[in-house]
Each structure stands twice: as structure tokens, then as C-alpha cells.
Design a protein around this ligand. Structure first.
Ligand code: FES
Ligand code: FES
Length: 165
């Protein structure tokens, strides 16, 4: 299940707070969070890309900080507020960023978008009116093979401005 683990670590019961819900997981301590989210909990919105902390596809928010879940062991998330893309908004109540991405048609294939939305949400939570440079810096860790970065930056600025299409 997890190609990144070189040696087994002990099984442990870990308490997680995911999108405001308490969850108990029994797994090897060093299991990268992305496998827990996708395989054990069925939260497939978090994407697995490089698996090496290089692409940004797997980002989730831990205590308000956007982190690569492929490089975050299960134990590091214990008793922290973990937000995944599923926790940002609902189909009938989209997060302002999700609406702005739709309005700006900011996604193409969409594979990178979950991680980018999480990082953008972390940015807006601590800096509600970012400059374009701040948005670009916040998204710097994220690769987009479709080359949609400029539209995504526009969408983040639009969400920050509270502008609806
Ligand atoms: S899959 Fe985690 S950074 Fe690429
Ligand atoms: S929209 Fe396709 S990789 Fe970013």
C-alpha cells in the first residue's frame, strides 16, 4: 500500500481531527498521511502526484499551514486540525475560492487543483487581501502541467476581493 515506507513502524491508534470530525485510525506511525486519507478514509480529493514533496498535488492544511501529505507522517497530524479539500466547501455551498476557480475557468485537467486550493485557503486565512506576489509565492510549491497558473492566481485574487462573476 505504501511504497514510501522503507521499514515497518509499530501499529498505533491515532486520533485525527479531519474537517471538524474526530476519527481514530490504527496504522503504522510513519504512514504518509496521503495514504490514510485516500485509502483508509476514502478522501480521494487529496491527490497523490510525485510522492516526494515536489509537486504540491497532495497538500492539506494542518493547523492552518499547507503541507504535503505525502511527506507528513500520520503521527505528525495527531490532535491537529486537519483540513482536506473536502472540508473547504460543499457542492451547494462552495468556498469562495472554489467559486472563483469556476468563474475564471482556472482548472484544466484539475489534478493539481485540490492542493492549490488548500494552499490558497491557508494564505487567505492569514492574509485576506494578498498581493499578486504573495499569491504567487504561496502557490510556488505547486506544479501545474496544464500551465493554468496565471488563471489560478487571478481566481485567488478574485476570491480575496469577494468579487462574484
Ligand atoms: S504528491 Fe506530495 S508533493 Fe507531490
Ligand atoms: S490543471 Fe492540470 S495539472 Fe493543473
Amino acid at each position: 500500500m505504501n511504497p514510501n515506507q522503507s521499514s515497518a513502524s509499530p501499529l498505533r491508534s491515532v486520533s485525527l481531527n479531519i474537517n471538524g470530525r474526530s476519527v481514530h485510525i490504527e496504522a503504522e506511525d510513519n504512514t504518509p498521511l496521503v495514504y490514510i486519507l485516500r485509502d483508509a478514509l476514502g478522501l480521494k480529493g487529496t491527490r497523490l502526484g510525485c510522492g516526494q514533496s515536489q509537486c504540491g498535488a497532495c497538500h492539506v492544511m494542518l493547523d492552518g499551514v499547507s503541507v504535503p501529505s505525502c511527506d507528513t507522517p500520520l503521527w505528525a497530524a495527531e490532535n491537529k486540525a486537519l483540513i482536506t479539500i473536502e472540508g473547504l466547501g460543499q457542492p451547494d455551498a462552495l468556498h469562495a475560492l472554489q467559486q472563483a476557480f469556476i468563474d475564471e475557468q482556472a482548472a484544466q485537467c484539475g489534478y493539481c487543483v485540490s492542493g492549490i486550493l488548500v494552499s490558497a485557503a491557508a494564505l487567505l486565512a492569514k492574509c485576506p487581501q494578498p498581493s499578486e506576489a504573495q499569491v504567487r509565492e504561496a502557490l510556488d510549491a505547486h506544479l501545474c502541467r496544464c500551465g493554468a497558473h496565471n488563471r489560478m492566481v487571478r481566481a485567488v485574487l478574485k476570491a480575496a476581493a469577494g468579487v462574484q462573476a
